[in-house]
Design a protein around this ligand. Structure first.
Ligand code: NAD
Length: 371
């Protein structure tokens, strides 16, 4: 089915036992790990008498180079009106030096669907996977909530006297009261819903006095509504140190777009590396997008050794978002079991291929869900 035909379809929403998912594998290893996640989702749906309709889109570097199209016209409205969620792979291709297609598609969807929450769980699933000495699964378990639609990523700025010795480059950091308030509020609500006790807001308000002064003021105001939750502030440099020194002190961290990008990668390493890290780009109640944290990894693309577990965990987050808690938990348990058995790809010290890990997980969820 092509994009045009799709746009003509009648809007559909998840009616509890059914869901309609847009699949965008993208580039590089995105095309290798996403089919594995789809395979596992199909198995878990089959076993629990649920229906998932997948519709795949070929948006990525090949299409961009062939047709000059990155995110097709009408795509945002189509996704918003006709799909419950989007399962995304990764974008980035050495043939597109500007990475324009990736910016159009991924940032385009984040901004235009107003996916203001970037939820990046940091969860160590097996003790052996952390580079920190004497730390265990009990201590490395936190949620990083990154603001996803503002900050330095909005692309406001410019260059003066470009490519001369006098060049000046300016990039504006955009922070709206509405944007800051809704992400901080989301962090507290997430903590409350998940029975977590502590929220830490991180900024650089000692240097970025205007932009992060706003974060400070809003944080103080929102804290008052959540007196049952312990609130705390750390400057981002201190947070980076503390996450390494004593990760067990954090439950929920909320921060701006740029800092969230960086410290969630730090968190990913604490929990076993990029191949295992999932993320959700969410607007509560609206079509949201789920993806592994990693990129298209051109250095290993085509070799069949990409770790699919980050993508499977992103699929689990998607099921959770759809309210399919039991099925989400089956995927999560499957990943833990694969790690326990060391049935993993070379990045985690194993010798399995991407598809072997996917097949193993299909068998696991089939058994687990009573097949
Ligand atoms: N969300 C996204 O689509 C996204 C995110 C990050 C980077 N990118 C893009 O991806 C391209 C490559 O970027 P990069 O190399 O900086 O980051 P990357 O995440 O693609 O790779 C970093 C390193 O981690 C390894 N790695 C990543 N995922 C892995 C997996 N699933 N299994 C095993 N090893 C894995 C890679 O082999 C590489 O050594 C660039 O074009 C970049 O812009 C896209």
């Amino acid at each position: 089915m092509n994009d045009q035909e799709l746009r003509g379809k009648i809007p559909m929403r998840a009616g509890g036992a059914a869901a309609r998912i847009a699949v965008v594998p993208g580039d590089g290893i995105g095309k290798e790990v996403t089919p594995e996640a789809v395979k596992v989702l199909q198995a878990v749906a089959r076993q629990s008498q649920r229906v998932i309709e997948f519709v795949e889109f070929d948006w990525g570097a090949d299409k961009y180079l062939r047709e000059g199209v990155s995110l097709p016209a009408g795509a945002v409205e189509m996704l918003r009106d006709q799909f419950d969620a989007i399962l995304f792979g990764a974008l980035g291709d050495p043939r597109v030096a500007t990475n324009q297609h990736a910016a159009d598609i991924l940032l385009g969807l984040r901004f235009k669907l107003d996916l203001y929450v970037n939820a990046r769980p940091v969860e160590l699933l097996h003790d052996r996977l952390t580079p920190l000495r004497d730390r265990s699964t009990k201590e490395i378990r936190m949620m990083v909530i990154r603001e996803n639609t503002e900050g330095l990523y909005v692309g406001v700025g410019g260059c003066f006297q470009k490519d001369t010795a006098e060049e000046i480059a300016i990039q504006e950091d955009v922070n709206s009261r509405k944007g800051v308030e809704r992400i901080i509020r989301y962090a507290f609500e997430y903590a409350r819903q998940n029975k977590l006790k502590r929220v830490c807001m991180s900024d650089k308000s000692n240097a970025m006095t205007f932009a992060h002064g706003l974060w400070q003021r809003v944080f103080k105001h929102v804290c008052e509504e959540f007196s049952d939750i312990e609130s705390r502030h750390l400057y981002i440099d201190t947070l980076a140190m503390e996450m390494v020194r004593d990760p067990g002190q954090f439950d929920v961290i909320v921060t701006c777009n740029l800092f969230g990008d960086i410290i969630s990668d730090l968190g990913a390493q604490l929990a076993g590396g990029l191949g295992l890290a999932p993320s959700g780009n969410v607007h509560p109640g609206r079509t949201s997008l789920f993806e592994p944290v990693h990129g298209s990894a051109p250095n290993i693309a085509g070799k069949g050794i990409a770790n699919p577990l980050g993508s499977v965990l992103a699929a689990a987050m998607m099921l959770d978002f759809l309210g399919w808690k039991q099925q989400a938990s089956a995927l999560h348990s499957g990943v833990k079991a694969a790690l326990l058995k060391n049935y993993v790809t070379p990045d985690l010290g194993g010798d399995k291929k991407t598809t072997q890990v996917g097949d193993w997980l299909v068998e696991f969820v089939t058994r687990r869900c009573g097949g």
